[in-house]
Design a protein around this ligand. Structure first.
Ligand code: GLC
Length: 422
């Protein structure tokens, strides 16, 4: 079976950035340290001895893996979860025999990865792990910590690969059940042979485990966009956009610049309409709580998905229309020849929306969430050589976030090429 199928059907995943960095939460010795809070050790050049002492106080007594994953599946509507098993700071959120610098050597003392993997299994979510394969600010041969361990040129990265990266990947891929994907990060100037070696290593342990694009050199199973980036045009192959909900991956108490549910729904529809997946982030605090603001946003988006998920899960890239769609976007399902019109900006009263360029005949139009028929007019205007589709819309938006109209087409959509019709 196509190992990409679960990924392309899922379309929507939950990224969780959680580790020691949730304790300082972007502040060090009374000073706000800018940038992602998961980068605080690097950005503040904190000596390893100081930063690693955070492990002595890490005790997220409010962490509840079962509640996180229940919410994720039943209320957020995500289909897979990517959890930071080992981030750039080198601290493992699981019981690793490779290094005592892990969650078992904290007052909390329990394996977070194991609890999340079990909860994902229970709720039918695909469990995936984030692993920083190059940067490791805890290791003298890992990349990135020059303030404790000196210049990169003097490090033995081969030794780091053999003594930490591969043993830890082996632990994650043999002791925690089926892993949906390994989410590698910041390959920077890694040698291609090292990246290829890690691909082979993962494939040998779990052949169906996907590898994201940040393994490097396009060796992954899908393309990874840059952080918080949506491509202008649809990529032809599977791809994923990773997005923060505020401005940081790890927890930062002061960062309340949350994307609205409407922004998230529009982003999700636009990404799926270009053939991609959205991996949306939550950064839990040091007590193990996902910030309530982000929970509410995820739940609001999840409620919308309960009524409109047909237009997202298992949907594919819609064709490119000739004009920018100011009101929203399209997603498409070739399996049912259904074109989904996502109207995010509802037109003023009876001004309606005219979709230009669809040459394929529409058989029927319905309001997706209720099935109610939507009248429409589909014409070809000879004089101006335009194919025009005008759904007859109610004066008020049935769904303030994104009203989805499903057009059942006679065949796969053919779009008029207005450029070369001189
Ligand atoms: C960047 C950041 C890293 C974060 C990742 C998520 O690579 O370095 O901290 O985990 O983006 O996409």
């Amino acid at each position: 079976m196509d190992k990409m199928k679960w990924f392309e059907d899922a379309r929507y995943g939950l990224f969780i950035h959680w580790g020691l960095y949730a304790i300082p939460a972007g502040n060090w010795r009374g000073q706000e340290i800018h940038g992602g809070t998961e980068w605080i050790m690097k950005n503040a050049q904190i000596p390893f001895e100081e930063y690693s002492a955070l492990a002595d106080s890490f005790n997220p007594v409010r962490f509840d893996a079962d509640e996180w994953m229940r919410m994720a599946k039943e209320e957020f509507g995500v289909r897979y979860v990517v959890f930071t098993a080992k981030h750039h700071d080198g601290f493992a959120m699981y019981d690793s025999a490779c290094s005592d610098y892990n969650i078992m050597h904290t007052p909390y003392g329990k394996d977070v990865v194991r609890q999340l993997a079990a909860a994902c299994e229970k709720y039918g979510l695909v469990f995936c792990v984030y692993y920083s394969q190059l940067q490791d600010w805890a290791e003298k041969n890992g990349f990135g910590n020059t303030w404790d361990f000196g210049p990169e040129a003097e490090k033995d990265f081969r030794k780091y690969l053999d003594e930490k990266v591969k043993p830890q990947l082996r632990e994650l891929l043999t002791q925690y059940g089926k892993i949906g994907l390994v989410w590698f990060d910041t390959p920077y100037e890694m040698k291609k042979e090292h990246c290829a070696e890690l691909v082979d290593f993962v494939r040998a342990l779990q052949p169906d485990c996907l590898i994201n694009g940040r393994i490097g050199y396009n060796l992954g199973d899908y393309r990874q966009t840059s952080d918080n980036s949506i491509p202008i045009l649809a990529y032809p192959d599977p791809w994923e956009a990773c997005m923060t909900l505020n401005h940081t991956w790890g927890y930062r108490a002061e960062d309340n610049h949350w994307k609205s549910p409407k922004h998230v729904v529009r982003m999700l529809a636009e990404i799926v309409g270009k053939g991609g997946n959205l991996l949306l982030n939550a950064g839990p605090d040091a007590s193990g709580i996902i910030p309530s603001e982000s929970v509410e946003i995820f739940k609001t988006v999840g409620a919308w998905l309960k009524e409109n998920g047909e237009s997202i899960y298992g949907a594919s890239a819609a064709p490119d229309f000739p004009y920018k769609l100011e009101w929203g976007c399209f997603t498409y399902k070739p399996q049912t020849k259904t074109l989904y019109m996502h109207v995010v900006e509802w037109p003023y009263k009876n001004h309606g929306i005219c979709v230009v360029g669809l040459m394929t005949k529409v058989k029927r139009a319905r309001l997706l969430k209720t099935g109610e028929e939507i009248p429409f007019v589909q014409t070809y205007e000879t004089a101006r050589d335009e194919y025009r589709l005008r759904p007859v819309l109610p004066s008020e938006a049935p769904d303030e976030l994104d009203t989805v109209i499903a057009f059942d087409l006679e065949d796969d959509p053919i779009i008029q090429d207005i450029v070369d019709r001189r």
